[in-house]
Design a protein around this ligand. Structure first.
Ligand SMILES: Cc1ncc(COP(=O)(O)O)c(C=O)c1O
Length: 365
């Protein structure tokens, strides 16, 4: 085995005990005499997996009992369109906080089916910040506001939801299950699984009772929605209108069991914040390092930085990789470096990265 410390932004590193459990379940799951990928999604054992995945996600995040939890396909990117198609009447005003590439993509898709507008943007400063919670002025006529809790590419994170009486919709793809959140404050939460929840190919979607009712009313107003894009259909069929990603849901269930075993979100959040703080302290220690995010917008999940001498960045990534620290190259749209510190990354990986950085600065600084 030559598993390296994996700083990938997603799909990202998964807990080793979960990988071992998946390996076993591939050949034979429970008493099924077949592997987890080989049994019917309508079978009792898989119904148990789905029920357990929902129960664990609800427990871990504190989802109110009257909310609906779905596991859909098409990734967070399909949600960009699906949420507006279901939750906005044709031409209705919908507001977006534009904090990066994913937020802009959500806005672009919502524009296809509603009067979507960015009411705040940090594009002018290369998305190096998120707004202070009370800083955004939403349109009076907007039916809801959408924001991205963690901006994977730029390494910024909102510490709290926007302060507003608008209904809130949130893309939590890259920081879900890394800290406690107020689910009840949101009418829609969605997250691609491939960072903190499991493999790609599953998106967790959490809907308030208002969102489910709205989806029905908007569906009627739009003359019916395509079944696969209709939240109400997904809720009615318990995520099984068609064949769901059975393996992905099983893996997600196992990851959530691991999260619970770690002590849940308060314990995870303390660990995740402490190690991000250590890495930022290293970045703040000299001008050799140039962190991208403004201090009050820094993400605990994706740490983005450049080198004062940008010519050295390729060497940094190459030498780090040779030292067993993989996937540190920044996203192609920002350049530089990005260390993704998802839940399953061991603390030792961050310590090893900091040691590597100190040695690199001593050699090249
Ligand atoms: C915050 C955020 N939103 C959306 C996406 C897109 O997710 P998907 O590839 O599942 O469509 C990503 C992917 O990295 C992301 O980080």
């Amino acid at each position: 085995m030559s598993r390296a410390y994996n700083f990938s932004a997603g799909p990202g590193t998964l807990p080793e005990p979960v990988l071992a459990a998946l390996q076993e379940a591939l050949l034979e799951f429970s008493t099924c005499r077949a592997g987890i990928m080989e049994i019917s999604h309508r079978s009792k054992p898989f119904e148990g997996v789905l029920a357990s995945a929902k129960a664990r996600l609800s427990r871990v995040l504190g989802v109110p009992a009257d909310y609906s939890v779905l596991f859909l396909q098409g990734g967070a990117s399909l949600q960009f369109y699906q949420l507006a198609l279901n939750l906005a009447l044709p031409g209705e005003a919908t507001d977006f906080i534009d904090t990066g590439t994913w937020a802009s993509k959500a806005l672009a898709e919502a524009k296809r089916v509603s009067d979507a507008k960015a009411v705040w943007s940090s594009k002018g400063t290369t998305y190096d910040r998120v707004p202070a919670p009370g800083a955004v002025q939403f349109r009076d006529e907007a039916v809801w506001a959408h924001y991205t809790t963690n901006n994977t590419i730029y390494g910024t994170q909102s510490k709290a939801p926007p302060v507003t009486d608008k209904r809130l919709l949130a893309d939590m793809s890259s920081d879900i299950a890394s800290r406690p959140i107020d689910v009840a404050r949101h009418d829609l939460i969605y997250a691609g699984a491939q960072k903190n929840l499991g493999p790609s190919g599953v998106v967790a979607v959490i809907l308030s009772p208002w969102a489910v009712e709205r989806s029905k009313a908007v569906g009627k107003a739009r003359g019916g929605l395509p079944s696969m894009l209709d939240y109400a259909v997904a809720v009615e069929n318990d995520s099984m209108y068609n064949t769901p990603n059975t393996f992905g849901i099983f893996a997600l269930e196992q990851v959530l069991a691991w999260v619970e075993g770690q002590g849940g979100l308060p314990a995870i959040a303390a660990r995740v914040q402490a190690r991000a703080d250590r890495l930022y302290a290293q970045l703040d220690s000299s001008n050799f390092w140039q962190p991208h995010a403004q201090p009050d917008s820094r993400s605990s999940m994706n740490v983005t930085f450049r080198l004062q001498n940008s010519d050295l960045e390729g060497t940094f990534v190459k030498e780090a990789d040779a030292a067993g620290l993989m996937e540190l190259k920044g996203h192609r749209s920002v350049g530089g470096m990005r260390a993704s510190l998802y839940n399953a990354l061991p603390d030792e990986a961050v310590d090893a990265l900091i040691d590597f950085m100190k040695a690199f600065e001593a050699k090249h600084g």
